[in-house]
Design a protein around this ligand. Structure first.
Ligand code: KIV
Length: 285
């Protein structure tokens, strides 16, 4: 069992902020774990940042299982959380249970579903079975088509009510935390005060129990970052510069330099060996 458990995450509420980051492969997850992240999350955002899709709606269970396995192999300390992709839990509870089990068997410690109130039965069932669940309200990207794109949530009475209803339903059903995405900070603060489980914000301001960002956004690898992202590095720029240098050195012949290859010091010896090899090949023909 990894060091950070859902129980520890719950205990952090009001005491220590929770740091969560997405990761989709082995090397990234290794680095994230060594950096001391509390939760390493295989988000369905991989559909966009890894596979170049316009939204997350085409992400499959197969992709989630594949990437969860890679991340789980790397992580020793953090809680490994896997996203349930669009269509993997909405049809019926049985389907949701089957798919959550696949993610746990791939190495996740917990699963995340988008929504709250509408999925309270599934959350309760999973928790009773022993599968920890994180909910997600505010902007739920899997409702991209209905929402008409990605936008700030929580401006109207109805939206505030819906967000609160989701968070309360998740708490009651036994979820261990809830993501609040792209809501007004006041709404996130209200929810954080209203529920006993930790709230983890993304574009929801500072009055929450923790923060989550997408790996590629934070590191400056992905170009279409949402407006609430802070870029902590320009890794995309660094990679591009390195590749441009490599390309130039290949074109100019500067790479490979003498330290990057091996050759016979005795050229006569090599000529004799090459001659013999050529003769043998000739005989085979
Ligand atoms: O898939 C994802 O990366 C997410 C985060 C934005 C919370 O759901």
């Amino acid at each position: 069992m990894r060091e950070i458990t859902p129980r520890k995450i719950i205990e952090m509420k009001g005491k220590e902020k929770i740091a969560m980051i997405t990761a989709y492969d082995y090397p990234s997850a290794l680095i994230a774990d060594k950096a001391g992240m509390d939760i390493i999350f295989i988000g369905d955002s991989l559909g966009m940042v890894v596979y170049g899709e316009e939204n997350t709606l085409n992400v499959t269970m197969e992709q989630m299982v594949f990437h969860t396995k890679a991340v789980a192999r790397a992580v020793k300390r953090a809680l490994v959380l896997a996203d349930m992709p669009f269509g993997s839990y909405e049809v019926d509870t049985e389907d949701g249970v089957r798919n959550a089990v696949r993610l746990i068997q791939a190495g996740a410690d917990a699963v995340k579903i988008e929504g709250g109130y509408d999925h309270r039965k599934l959350v309760r069932k999973l928790v009773r079975m022993g599968i920890p669940v994180m909910g997600h309200t505010g902007l739920t990207p899997q409702r991209y088509l209905r929402l008409g794109g990605y936008r700030l949530m929580g401006e109207t009475d109805d939206e505030i009510e819906e967000i609160l209803r989701d968070a309360r339903a998740l708490e009651k059903a036994g979820a261990f935390a809830v993501v609040l995405e792209f809501t007004l900070a006041d709404v996130a603060k209200l929810v954080t005060e209203e529920v006993s489980i930790p709230t983890i914000g993304i574009g929801a301001g500072p009055y929450v129990d923790g923060q989550v960002l997408v790996w590629h956004d934070l590191l400056g690898i992905y170009e279409n970052t949402p407006p609430f992202v802070k870029k902590y590095a320009d890794i995309g720029g660094m990679i591009r510069l390195a590749l441009e240098n490599y390309r130039e050195e290949v074109k100019s012949g500067e790479f490979p330099a003498r330290e990057h290859y091996w050759e016979f010091l005795d050229k006569d010896d090599f000529r004799r060996k090459a001659q013999r090899a050529l003769e043998r090949l000739g005989e085979d023909d």
